[in-house]
Design a protein around this ligand. Sequence first.
Ligand code: NAI
Length: 350
Amino acid sequence: MSGAKKIAFFDAKKYDREYFDAANKTHGFSIKYFEDRLVPDTAMLARGYDAVCAFVNDRINASVSETLSSYGIKIIALRCAGYNNVDLKAVYGNINVVRVPEYSPYAVAEHALALMMALNRKTHRAYYRVRDNNFSISGLLGFDMRGKTAGIIGTGRIGRVLAGILEGLGMEVLAYDLHPDKDLASGAGAKYVALEELYARADIISLHCPLNKDTEHMINAGAIAAMKKGVMIINTGRGKLIDTKALISGLKQGKVGYAGLDVYEEESEYFFEDLSSSFIADDVLARLMTFPNVLITSHQGFFTSEALRNIADTTLGNLSEFFSGGILKNEICYRCEKEPCLKKQGKRCF
Ligand code: NAI
């Protein structure tokens, strides 16, 4: 379409095309889908485009920022909520970064529940047994979730939804957040406690805080030592929240009873790709995959049709807002993180 703004869409999968092409009927952008991830070596693909659309494992560092800026690109639209893969300081002043802050907290919270349920009742193992005509239930013993204690770290959009779900199952819900949510605290269900108390009392711990300098490897050897023996750890947040080697050590000692991981700290080489004809060169990931009480999914927490529809609508809406000179309500920038946001004064961040 002549005159239409051109978008270089990185790390594109078939399902992205389907939902973005549908949403684009009301926006009329010209979208070029690249299967490559956006990294320093591939940034040159964006030459001649007006905007870039990126995902969780694209790496927007100083080098990528410099290349995109040299092509006159002024907007990167992340089609995800987390932005730990963007060097906000490097892009600030050159490229606006917008994201999709909320598309379906239910999708991720429900996936966290699915991991808990499967690990508890060992559904992932039962499935293979029955397919092999092995109808024995020995070794598949689970526990009632009712009456057990859950610990939710990070009670933002997703953590809050999960708190409600787990309360509905009759669990006691403990919560920890740097900024406790007054509504959640005043309700009958979740109770905010110190991290130490959460570690000491929770049977199931689920991570829903962002990845940043303070939270990187927050689940480390010390944290695991402070947890209950046999604890279940669920991570649908970001891989680097957990020191994987410490987790493996905890699993080997039986201190960690179960781990449900939708994210992994070195996932970018593997997740979202079909490597069934290849091999796993990452020995840490390969070791993790040997435990019967570890369930790994490939960053699919967000992957529901409702979420994909919302992601496509919001991402293209963000781009339309940029090109029409709007204030970019979903912008995230270095300045916003440090100082009062200029958007409160009805201005763009720079
Ligand atoms: P949110 O921004 O609504 O909530 C995050 C919460 O974490 C906030 O309440 C914040 O105060 C809290 N927090 C920040 N630092 C903390 C710390 N040091 N300790 C404890 N709490 C802290 O974010 P939302 O939408 O709930 O998403 C949470 C995370 O889930 C995202 O940052 C993203 O990394 C991940 N995510 C994963 C997806 C998946 O497909 N697996 C999809 C979407 C998000």
